[in-house]
Design a protein around this ligand. Structure first.
Ligand code: SAH
Ligand code: SF4
Ligand code: F3S
Length: 435
């Protein structure tokens, strides 16, 4: 028997890429590849890339540079670029990077088997189409192997919102929802393989329309899977937080009290220029409704500072919004002009000013995050234990609020949801004890 070919995948960007990498590995698994964590051992290296900010895209080219000597030493090594940089710059990669054998866009990776054969035959392969068919229908069946207690499940892809700064509508294409039958079947299968917590993914997951009841309808149906204990979803657009979803946060016990609801800016002028189609007031109103439905919900957000035209007063509005809302967790970024997006045509804020604003905002958000975490001490939570801790006898998992919690607990509690009292805040995680 010949040795199996080895596949090394490196994943950048959002959780959808994490899910896609898993599916690509399974698809190439059928072609005889097993995954390795060591690039030097690989017969194929696949970079699953992100194009969201300039830095993310640049990383790919420096990473490719690093693999050049590996390829010189091992001429049979195949190098592939997948994901959003592949979609945005695929033809150019093929032109400018002779070492790259294969370029596959996010909507085409069901074609990997044919592309791999082409590459093995000595040709280079490029596919960045947005095909009519749904790639998920054409992928290899998922294997039956046991797996860890948490999993991502993509239910919706693409975006029709066209925020003025964002490449996603171009790299992932128009919004498409998978049918609820398919999602339910995949979920049931994952649960059978040991998954207790599912995070439903979509660039605009709450715009999901593959179920007559929308995302809330899907969540209610998923909650009927007996051994599925927890459901989460990300990322949501404020305008798609409908009443049914808010109601699900009130009444669906399996839906976790955590919501990632990006707002990007607190200034109505900037929101308008960003084409976000919501105002600060409408955001406040949605947050109020959700918190009325689920008072303990931990809110997370995304922010961009230094969007073209953002003044000191606009930035003050963002700080004010953050103070009023109060986030338990957040991501903030300096605006990065992306080729082909409408905002890229506009004059930029002085980079020094933008960096200064980013630091001020991040300090405020971090203060809120630490305060939210510290407020957990003395409270009882439920933790889904995901893995062993560094100390003997310790397990690590996540609370309902996505806080990392470690506690001394018997090993057979791995994969279980266990009541825990939080006794100490360790800044990056919480210490708990069994109740
Ligand atoms: N679909 C999600 C976000 C996807 S991108 C949503 O609509 O909320 C993740 C985050 O990256 C965005 O929320 C935004 O904060 C940030 N982002 C997107 N484009 C960016 C750009 N050009 N410059 C800086 N940050 C950006
Ligand atoms: Fe990008 Fe806006 Fe769509 Fe989010 S809603 S993916 S930020 S265009
Ligand atoms: Fe990046 Fe593409 Fe996700 S651009 S954030 S990997 S959708």
């Amino acid at each position: 028997m010949t040795d199996a070919k080895k596949l090394f995948i490196k994943t950048y960007g959002c959780q959808m890429n994490v899910y896609d990498s898993e599916r690509m590995a399974e698809t190439l698994g059928v072609q005889g590849y097993v995954q390795t964590q060591i690039a030097d051992d690989a017969d194929m290296i696949l970079l699953n890339t992100c194009h969201i900010r300039e830095k993310a895209a640049e990383k790919i080219y420096s990473e490719l540079g690093k693999f050049r000597s590996l390829k010189d030493a091992k001429p049979n090594l195949k190098i592939g670029v997948a994901g959003c940089v592949a979609q945005a710059e695929g033809a150019e990669i093929i032109r400018r990077q002779p070492m790259v054998d294969l370029v596959v866009g996010p909507q085409s990776y069901h074609k990997l088997p044919q592309m791999e054969a082409q590459v093995q035959a000595g040709y280079r392969a490029l596919d960045t189409d947005f095909p009519e068919e749904d790639k998920f229908d054409h992928l290899a069946k998922r294997p039956k192997a046991k797996r860890g207690p948490t999993a991502f499940l993509t239910v919706q892809e693409g975006c029709d919102k066209f925020c003025a700064f964002c490449v996603v509508p171009y790299t992932r294409g128009a919004e498409v929802s998978r049918s609820s039958e398919r999602v339910l079947a995949e979920a049931a299968d994952l649960v059978e393989r040991g998954v207790s917590e599912l995070t439903l993914l979509g660039q605009n997951v709450n715009a999901y329309h593959g179920h007559p009841g929308g995302l809330a309808g899907l969540i209610w149906q998923l909650s009927e899977i007996k051994d599925l204990k927890r459901i989460r979803f990300t990322t949501s657009h404020p305008n798609d937080m409908d009443d049914a979803l808010i109601e699900a946060h009130r009444t669906c016990e399996k839906l976790m009290p955590y919501l990632h609801l990006p707002v990007q800016s607190g200034s109505n002028k900037v929101l308008k220029a960003m084409n976000r189609k919501h105002t600060r007031e409408s955001y406040f109103s949605i947050v109020d409704q959700i918190r009325t439905a689920r008072p303990d919900l931990l809110l997370s957000g995304d922010f961009i500072v230094g969007f073209p035209g953002e003044t000191d007063a606009d930035f003050e509005d963002t700080l004010d919004l953050v103070r009023q809302v109060g986030y338990g967790q957040a991501y903030s970024f300096k605006y990065s002009a992306r080729p082909g997006t409408p905002a890229a045509e506009k004059g930029e804020v002085d980079p020094k000013v933008a960096i200064e604003r980013l630091h001020i905002l991040q300090a405020l958000l971090l203060k809120q995050q630490y305060a939210a975490q510290a407020s957990m001490v003395g409270r009882d939570v439920k933790v889904l234990f995901e893995k062993k801790g560094r100390k003997e006898g310790q397990l690590i998992g996540k609370s309902e609020y996505l806080h990392a919690v470690h506690a001394f607990a018997p090993g057979d509690m791995l994969g279980q949801v266990v009541p825990i009292r939080i006794i100490k805040d360790m800044t990056n995680s919480l210490t708990g004890e069994l109740l």
